[in-house]
Design a protein around this ligand. Structure first.
Ligand SMILES: Nc1nc2c(ncn2[C@@H]2O[C@H](COP(=O)(O)OP(=O)(O)OP(=O)(O)O)[C@@H](O)[C@H]2O)c(=O)[nH]1
Length: 412
């Protein structure tokens, strides 16, 4: 039996920084590498998993709750065991952490894994250039994450001016503690940076238990997280075990609410809701059905801080016509948000008028051009419309090379 070890790369970064976008990009321009993906969603609806265009049998989803909260790494180990079977033939595995994960916990689990077929491949931290200052102010933990990173992606550089970018280079570079800082828009980087080589002179992939003990110390990783989580607006669990409470988890104060509606939403009502969204409601993502207002398309919705975008795309074949949203925030009232969203339902679809969509259309953004050539390594596959994402919890991995991954036109 071959003992070839598969590198496992952890992809981390605060809510909405661009992790799924980067992941889809890597899948699209994989340069012939067969990539396994583990997606960790924070929220009852696995929006991220639905948004990753995976290869059959090589994407697994660890939904609803940060993996870093896991009591031990056994759940992760189970998935790694499936993905590392020689028959799957993976070259690299990428774990997309939830936007609230403590990356050092994931790294710790990987380093502690007894799976002989994996080797820790480094921590990639994605930074939202436009939101960095505000995020750092609210969550100084970000500094610790950057210090642990092996590669930092300063993403969304299109959203800051040159002077701001220069300042960020210095700030992020200083915190990254010698790791390479690569600038990008929409995660456009050379995948080789992650898969093949390592940035010259950097410490890519060298993080060890000792590194994790530096600074203000890692979690012991036992017991539930301190603080409280509110998943799906209802289930509140709290706790705190000695040791684990030594540092605040990024997500301790965050709550997630999942909203599903099989009645279409009224565009104007939804926009009113979005315009009035509370400050603490930092992240919204999902798919919106505007019913008779646009029967042919679903609208991918992304809000990150004050940033708001809709991305219309044809309904995938066989997709259920439902609205599915995940809202993540701190200090927000789940019950109130849910009631407000319920109030956005379109109760008079027979009165649908084109003008009602105007407000939404102001926030429609073109996705990155599909025709853009890749970064030079991989063959481009055409973008496919439709929910091709493989979110196969516990699915048996399949043998052989699956279809080339395609950029999921959905979230990301
Ligand atoms: N302007 C701009 N927008 C970007 C860029 N990269 C990603 N986005 C947008 O930012 C939003 C969030 O991107 P995602 O890739 O879903 O972010 P994420 O880190 O996976 O989000 P979470 O899983 O919620 O933490 C989407 O609307 C993306 O299209 C970029 O470089 N520039």
């Amino acid at each position: 039996m071959s003992k070839r070890q598969i590198p496992v790369v952890v992809l981390a970064g605060f809510l909405g920084s661009g992790k799924t976008t980067l992941l889809n990009r890597l899948l699209r321009y994989s340069g012939g590498n067969r990539i396994g993906v583990i997606v960790n969603d924070f929220g009852a609806i696995e929006i991220d998993a639905m948004s990753v265009a995976g290869q059959v049998g090589s994407t697994v989803s660890l939904g609803n709750g940060c993996l870093c909260c896991a009591v031990d790494g056994s759940e992760l180990d189970t998935y790694l065991e499936k993905l590392t079977r020689p028959s799957v033939g993976l070259d690299v595995i990428v774990i997309e952490a939830s936007g609230l994960a403590e990356p050092q916990e994931l790294v710790r689990m990987l380093l502690a894994s007894e799976n002989p077929y994996i080797v820790y491949g480094g921590l990639v931290e994605v930074v939202d250039a436009a939101e960095f200052d505000a995020t750092r102010e609210r969550h100084p933990e970000i500094e610790r994450h950057l210090a642990l990173a092996d590669l930092v992606l300063l993403n969304k550089t299109d959203r800051v001016d040159e002077a701001g970018l220069e300042r960020l280079r210095t700030a992020v570079g200083g915190l990254a503690d010698g790791a390479a800082v690569v600038e990008s828009t929409y995660g456009r980087i050379d995948p080789e940076l992650l898969f093949d080589g390592k940035p010259k002179g950097e410490r890519f992939g060298q993080l060890s238990f000792d590194d994790l003990r530096d600074g203000d110390g890692p979690c012991d990783g036992y017991g539930p997280c301190e603080g409280e989580h509110l998943h799906d607006g209802e289930h509140l669990h709290e706790g705190g075990v000695e040791g684990h409470a030594r540092h605040a988890h990024l997500h301790a104060a965050y709550e997630s609410l999942s909203f599903t509606s099989d009645t279409a939403l009224h565009p104007r009502r939804l926009l009113d809701f979005l315009d009035a969204r509370p400050e603490g409601l930092y992240r919204i993502k999902g798919f919106v059905d505007f019913g008779a207002h646009d029967p042919g398309n679903r609208y991918v919705l992304h809000a990150v801080g004050r940033f708001l975008r809709f991305y219309p795309e044809p309904w995938p074949r066989d997709a259920e016509r439902v609205t599915q949203l995940v809202l993540i925030g701190s200090g927000v009232e789940g019950g109130r948000l849910r009631a407000d969203l319920e109030g956005c339902r379109d109760t008079e679809p027979q009165d649908a008028r084109a003008e009602a969509m105007w407000g939404v259309l102001r926030y429609v953004d073109e996705r990155e051009p599909e025709s853009e050539p890749g970064p030079g390594t991989g063959a481009e596959t055409g973008a496919e419309t439709g929910a091709e994402a493989e979110a196969e919890t516990g699915a048996e991995a399949e043998t052989g090379a699956g279809p080339e991954p395609a950029l999921e036109p959905g979230l990301g």
